[in-house]
Write a protein that binds this ligand. Sequence first.
Ligand code: ZN
Length: 134
Amino acid sequence: MTPTHIEHIGIAVKSIEEALPFYENVLGLKCYAIEEVADQKVKTAFFQVGQTKIELLEPTSPDSTIAKFIEKNGGGMHHMAFAVEDVATALKDAEAAGCQLIDKEPRGGAEGLRIGFLHPKSTNRVLTELCGKK
Ligand code: ZN
């Protein structure tokens, strides 16, 4: 696989509403979308920075993985996502290269993209997402 760029950086927040002023008033970015991803039990807010997005993740349920992450770490940087052409192929390539996967097959993410996660055990402890149109 050859990622083209960092698609987004995911940041876990207790409340998108409380986090917005930093991004909008300090960094001067504009939130262009707020979307709920029922599958992952999160509400997301997006900011565009060049080719990369900042994705704020607010849990919508106490059993969401983001809620557990916030409970443990108080929030903060949660994952990094690389843009790839074809997520299914990229996951197979990663596994063939000895990487442990969280998702064997792509699933649906925000903005209608296909996503798949690699296990932090294999990625120097950075939860890594692959993200693409197919
Ligand atoms: Zn993500």
